[in-house]
Every structure is written in C-alpha cells, then in structure tokens.
Write a protein that binds this ligand. Structure first.
Ligand code: ZN
Length: 455
C-alpha cells in the first residue's frame, strides 16, 4: 500500500515565526516592555522660587521607577539631594525639594534643578526608559513692601471706604484686598509706579467687617497689612408686609407672564416666591457680574459729586430694607431692597451728577429698564424701572446728562426711580454718596492726603 507521506517540514518555520510574532506582540503590548519615559512634574509653574516653600516633585511611570537622582546646581556648586536605586520599582514617587543649608545661605540669583529618572521597563535591552529634565528658578527671597498711605477713618455697615497704599516688589504677582466674607476687592494703579487705590465695601447682610491687603510675588513671598477701620453699625429697616389677593392676582400675575420660570405655575404664593427669590437672585447676579469689573487703568485723580439723580424727588423706600412677606398669617418669603426709591412726577428726567461710561442699558427683570453707569474706581450707579433709556452701552456721558426717564417697568407699583450704588459688585448705602460731607471726609480728603505723600 502506498501511503503518501504528508510533508510536515513547513511546520517548524511557521511555528518559529508564530512564536516570534507572539513574542513581538507581547513585547509591544505588555507593560513590562513599555516605551514611555518616566513622567516628571512639579507643583510650581513659576520660574521664581523663594527657597522657603519646598517644591513638590512627582515621578511616575507605568512599569515603575527603578532609580532617580535630583541634583541642585548654583554658581558652580552642585549638591545631590536625592539618589536612589529601588529594588522594588514604584509607580509613583513624591519628593520634597529644599535647598541645602549651603545654598540657602548663599547670595544667589538662580538655581538649576536636574532630575533624572529610569524606569523598570524591559525595553532598550532591559535597560528601561530614562529621562533627564532641567528646571531653572530665579531666586527671590524678599517679601513685597506693603504700606498704607491713607484710608477712610471708618466704615459703616452697608457702606463704603477708600484706601491708598504702596506695594513694591521686583516680581510682584498679585495684589488684592481680602475680607472676612470671602469677597476680594481689587486695586487700581494710582498716580505713580508702585502706588494703588481701592474702594471697598461692607455688604449690609454681613454682621462684621475686616479687610486685609495682600501682595504676593512670583516666588511665593507674601506680605499682608490689615486696613485699620473703625467699624460703625447701622440699623436697617425691617418691614412686615402682608400679601393681598389683589396684589397676587394683579401685579404678580402680570409679572409672571413675562418670566420663563413662572410659566405654568398657577399657585399664587409659589409664583410670588419664584419672582421674589429666583428671579430677584438672577437679576442681582447680572448686576454683580457687570459691576464687579475693575478696569486696571491708571487713576490720576478721582472727583465725585454728591449724588441726587432725580430733581425734587422724595424717598419712598429706603436702601437695605428687609422685607418679610406674609400670607394668611404665615411668613412665605423675604428679600432685601438694594437701593433707594425716589419719586417725582411721572417720566421725570434722570440726570446723574457724575459722568461716566454707560455699561448696560438692558431690561433686567424686576428692575425693568435699567441703565448702569461706571464712574471709575469700581464705582457704579444703576437706575431701575425706567420708562425710557436715552443712552447706549459704550456712551461716555457728561455730568447732568438726561440718561433716562423714570417709570414703572419691572417690579414697580407706581412711577419711581430705583437708585442703586455699587462698589465692585457690592450694593452700598446711597445716603453716603448723597452726602457732600461724607464724600469729603471719606473720599476727597483721603486722596488729598495720599497725593501729598506720593508727590
Ligand atoms: Zn426700589
């Protein structure tokens, strides 16, 4: 019987080729043959260092760090801060880099950091992937010089104050005024290089007030100075208002038609709450966003006239009034009246005593048609419920320009002007800015005193 012998000789090379291919696939896909060099990262993105705050250095690698070395170089001096070979490779290593005693006692301008790392990959004929990175830091051990030249003697709850100060540093990074309530006020350059001016404000709903100047440099040096202000309390009115069905089914129902948030809401109280709380918060946020801007142009001088934008008007509601609304003997909602209501004849001309830039001319919900004017130094004025606005955003208006006419647009029962004054987003007491003596003592005199020092 003739049996044809099957040729199996091709099997061997195929097997070898297959094994090689599998090996290659394994090498290229296995983490033990990975080809990525170790990652090095620093917690500092600055090119400056004060030599005090340690720099956090992280090394990481998928196959693990096998060895690393950190060297500090300065003026020909070289010190090895870390040099380690790991028997058990680590996926990540955190190091704290501090200068050696010798280097920190030297007077140096610059330091170089050399970081070398090698991973546990079997790539490169089992040598692994290695990386070397160099970082340069300019050394600055000096704190910014910070000094108050002049400031308002006191601040009243809900009111404003002014501060002029000097801040000097070769590498000044940030300058701001921090407060006990989280708001940071910004300063503007004043007259000459190194001098700054800022209006600050105590929001009426904050029980206490404290403000501190901060200067941070690029190397992480920080200086701070507390602004010494005598604190004066101020009592704001509390009004208990009973909601009537006529009001809820009249003005409120009418207002509810124009807002998206009240569409389909038929319950009178629910509708009132949405308008008084949700819509009000949204309208106040728009005011905050516009008025918290502080352009960084140089302030040569700041002159402000006492404000009274509506001639022969009577105040019909006060600023800071806490309104508590009840219905059927139960408190249902509350709000704060952030402005002063002035009423004269209907559609009376509104003529601000101070000129400025028109920064908003839109319709703002409860505030109705509402122009906002910027007067410089983070100080804004707003005019609510207007029947018409006669200026456009971007216009520069001179003092006493008839910017708008009073009306009852928005949440207003009768024709009146809702007059608001805002310092860096904080609604402040208009009565201060309507008082020539307050302006002299708290603004004009402070600037005059500061000018005498700067000159
Ligand atoms: Zn009002």
């Amino acid at each position: 019987m003739f049996i044809k012998k099957r040729d199996k000789s091709f099997l061997v090379p195929t097997l070898v080729a297959g094994l090689l291919l599998a090996g290659a696939v394994y090498i290229f896909t296995s983490s033990s043959f990975e080809q990525d060099e170790p990652l090095i990262s620093l917690d500092s993105t600055s090119d400056y260092w004060n030599l005090k705050k340690p720099i956090k250095l992280s090394l990481s690698d998928d196959s693990g760090i096998k060895s690393y070395k950190v060297t500090m170089l300065s003026q020909g001096e070289s010190s090895v801060l870390y040099h380690e070979q790991l028997l058990e490779p680590k996926k990540s290593i955190e190091l704290s880099v501090e200068p050696t005693r010798a280097i920190s006692s030297m007077k140096i301008d610059e330091i170089k950091l050399v970081v070398e790392a090698n991973d546990a990959s079997k790539w490169n004929l089992f040598a692994g992937n290695s990386v070397t990175k160099e970082y340069s830091f300019k050394i600055d051990k000096n704190k910014p010089h910070l000094n108050i030249l002049s400031n308002s003697y006191k601040i009243t709850k809900g009111g404003s104050a002014l501060v002029v100060f000097q801040a000097k540093d070769e590498n000044l990074d940030k300058l701001y005024i921090d407060t006990n309530f989280g708001k940071k006020f910004l300063a503007q350059p004043f007259m000459k290089d190194g001098y700054y001016i800022a209006l600050i404000a105590w929001p009426l709903r904050e029980e206490s007030f404290s403000a501190t100047l901060y200067a941070d440099d690029k190397a992480g040096n920080v200086s701070k100075v507390h602004i010494p202000l005598f604190l004066q309390n101020h009592k704001f009115r509390v009004s208990n208002i009973t909601l009537s069905d006529a009001f809820l089914k009249g003005k409120i129902a009418e207002l509810a038609e124009e807002f998206e948030e009240t569409q389909g809401v038929s319950d009178d109280i629910e509708r009132f709450k949405i308008i008084n709380e949700t819509i009000r918060a949204k309208n106040e946020k728009l005011i905050y966003d516009i008025t918290s801007k502080v352009p960084q142009d140089l302030v040569e001088d700041f002159k402000i006239n006492k404000m009274y934008p509506l001639k022969n008007a009577a105040a019909v509601a006060s600023h800071g009034d806490h309104r508590i609304f009840s219905y059927g003997g139960k408190v249902v909602s509350d709000s704060y009246h952030m402005g002063l209501d002035l009423a004269s004849n209907a559609m009376a001309e509104i003529k601000p005593q101070n000129g400025g830039e028109v920064v908003y001319t839109g319709y703002n919900g409860l505030y109705g048609n509402m122009p906002i004017i910027y007067h410089g130094l983070g100080l804004y004025t707003l005019y609510g419920h207007c029947s018409s606005i006669n200026v456009n955003t971007g216009d520069m208006v001179p003092p006493l320009f008839p910017i708008a006419n009073s009306g009852k647009s928005g949440f207003a029962m009768g024709d009146h002007l809702h007059f608001g004054i805002v310092v860096q987003g904080v609604e402040v007491r208009p009565d201060e800015w309507m008082d020539a003596n307050w302006i002299k003592l708290n603004i004009t005199d402070i600037i005059t005193n500061a000018k005498a020092v700067v000159k």
